[in-house]
Design a protein around this ligand. Structure first.
Ligand SMILES: Cc1cc2nc3c(=O)[nH]c(=O)nc-3n(C[C@H](O)[C@H](O)[C@H](O)COP(=O)(O)O)c2cc1C
Length: 162
């Protein structure tokens, strides 16, 4: 099964989990990033990122190499922002919605508290279909644990399951 892990990360937590998942799935790792970078520190980070998420923005992305037809499985990884998916993932899903239709899509979300369940619902609305597997992680880079690693491995097993 050929897989891709597509992720956006502002402060490295999602990137950390994405790398582990890609290793477990022997997947291509594809990082997406907005053309205009969000502030990554202090009040400005929460203000501009939170506003963008609340307004359900879909910011233009830097060019990336992804072709859904190459993959049987696509895993999306994103940080939760204001109870929503971080906006670059919305852009990615919008840009690839037709190509992703009918394909196996799974997702993991990194958060520091709560909101991932709502974010998954919004992601499913955007995709126009249900996710095949979901995983919620609490700041996996900042709070590394064997439990998180095990959760990622179980999630990858579920992603693989036909
Ligand atoms: C703009 C912004 C909004 C956030 N909103 C939430 C939230 O609603 N719920 C939550 O649990 N964490 C929230 N967080 C924390 C991040 O989701 C969390 O720290 C995540 O692990 C960061 O991933 P990253 O390091 O890949 O960027 C927010 C962070 C930012 C920057």
């Amino acid at each position: 099964m050929k897989a891709a892990v597509v992720f956006y990360s502002l402060n490295g937590n999602t990137a950390f989990a994405a790398r582990r998942a890609a290793q477990a799935l022997e997947a291509d790792l594809i990082e997406i990033a907005p053309e205009k970078k969000y502030p990554d520190k202090g009040f400005r980070k929460f203000f501009w990122g939170g506003k963008s998420a609340l307004m359900a923005e879909a910011p233009a992305l830097k060019p990336y190499a992804f072709s859904a037809s190459l993959y049987d499985l696509v895993v999306l990884g994103f940080p939760v922002w204001a109870g929503n998916m971080a906006p670059p993932i919305r852009t990615f899903v919008r840009d690839n919605r037709e190509a992703l239709r009918g394909r196996r899509v799974c997702a993991f979300a990194c958060q520091s508290g709560s909101g991932a369940e709502t974010a998954f619902k919004k992601l499913e609305d955007c995709l126009g279909g249900a996710l095949s597997a979901q995983l919620i992680l609490i700041d996996p880079k900042d709070k590394p644990s064997a439990e998180n690693d095990a959760k990622i491995d179980v999630f990858c097993e579920l992603c693989r399951r036909e």
